[in-house]
Design a protein around this ligand. Structure first.
Ligand SMILES: Nc1nc2c(c(=O)[nH]1)N[C@H]1C(S)=C(S)[C@@H](COP(=O)(O)O)O[C@H]1N2
Ligand SMILES: [Mo]
Length: 364
């Protein structure tokens, strides 16, 4: 089955479907097309009937809710947010080049995308339910069964209550103006801008307000940053650092890897994204391995949660070239240089400098 995706997707696994956007396709538009947007699944894609779908809101609430799709759409104000999603495993391939990471997918820089999401604010739904004292986190549960979890369980996760109440966090039914497709979580998914993709739970059916974080496998055990020497197979609930907000990151999309470009002015571009509560402040590009840097132009900020496309034109001598890029965020944090310093046993959260090798043709 094609799942509505373009033929140039890089498929890392067919079952469950895991596919990333080809970098050339990511560079085409500031908003990633639904047919090009990466897919990250941990189990079979559930086919939910929109008319039968219900969302339960329970836990530390005054009034537990059970909402239909119509009840969600008509009962609350509609909002749109342009926001990037980024998998915690985005750019793992550069960590794999440092040392092997058994059992994890070799994502390049295409496990991220930028889309316009339409839905209602999670905060509005929680206000309708009424939050009781003692609430600290909001947990989401999907309808898919993930066999890789131990024990097998639906995919879930949680965010702190303070984030859940932020206006950018949506229960979304549309992506780029069209109803969500099955692979992206139809009929409704959570969208948590600025957090790792895993918290944007697809096919969401249950939202629980609770004191602590979710004990779901994908919150308590997976998606945690372990120290380099740890054995990931021995890691249990609570080990390592829980991943939530992501750090500033960037990638080079144009010209493509191993491309051959004519001599003269070479257009170089890519994306940069900042995590929760921060914005992209500057992108530097180097053609000499980081000894000197030029500042790239940034696309206008369409939303604090959108990624920024950056562009620069470089005069490059003929021959093989490696271009490097690094982004800074509004807290003056910058991407670290070396992926070797970031290596971790599950290969998460690589935000080392982006590098792209290509060849500049000689004079005719
Ligand atoms: N129910 C459910 N939600 C999920 C997942 C999943 O496997 N099941 N994968 C998560 C991960 S790890 C990521 S990165 C994003 C990917 O969203 P996308 O497939 O729409 O790009 O969905 C998240 N939400
Ligand atoms: Mo992910």
């Amino acid at each position: 089955m094609s799942w509505g995706k373009r033929g140039d997707m890089i498929v890392h696994s067919a079952d469950p479907l895991n596919a990333e956007t080809a970098l050339a396709a990511l560079g085409e538009n500031e908003l990633t097309g639904v047919d090009a947007f990466y897919v990250r699944n941990h189990g079979p894609v559930p086919r939910l009937r929109p008319d039968l779908w219900r969302l339960r809101v329970d836990g530390l609430v005054d009034r537990p809710l059970e909402l239909s799709l119509a009840g969600l759409r008509d009962g609350f104000c509609r909002h749109e947010v342009v926001a990037a999603l980024q998998c915690a495993g985005n750019r793992r391939a550069d960590l794999l080049a440092v040392r092997q990471i058994p059992g994890e997918l070799p994502w390049g820089a295409g496990a991220a995308g930028n889309a316009r999401w339409t839905g209602v604010r999670l905060a509005d739904v929680l206000a309708e339910a009424g939050i009781k004292p003692g609430a600290g986190h909001v947990a989401f549960l999907g309808a898919d069964l993930a066999a890789q979890a131990s024990p097998p369980q639906p995919f879930g996760g949680s965010v702190p209550l303070a984030k859940a109440l932020c206006p950018e966090v949506l229960l979304a039914w549309a992506m780029n103006g069209r109803p969500l497709t099955p692979v992206h979580g139809a009929p409704v998914r959570v969208v948590v801008p600025g957090y790792i993709g895993a918290r944007s739970v697809k096919w969401v059916e249950q939202i629980t307000v609770q004191a602590g974080p979710s004990d779901n496998y994908f919150q308590a055990t997976a998606y945690r940053l372990l120290p380099p020497q740890a054995d990931p197979d021995a890691a249990g609930p609570g080990d390592g650092i829980s991943l939530g907000p992501f750090a500033v990151n960037a990638s080079i999309l144009v010209p493509g890897e191993h491309a051959r470009v004519p001599a003269g002015a070479v257009a170089v571009s890519g994306y940069a994204l900042a995590g929760d509560g921060r914005s992209v402040a500057r992108v530097d590009v180097s053609a000499d391995g980081g000894r000197s840097w030029r500042q790239a132009c940034l696309s206008p900020e369409v939303s604090p949660w959108s990624w920024r496309v950056w562009r620069v034109t470089l005069e490059l001598p003929p021959g093989p070239t490696e271009v490097t890029a690094r982004a800074w965020d509004s807290s003056a944090s910058v991407q670290p240089e070396d992926p070797a310093q970031l290596w971790n046993p599950k290969g998460y959260a690589n935000n080392a400098w982006a590098r792209l090798g290509f060849t500049v043709a000689g004079q005719p």
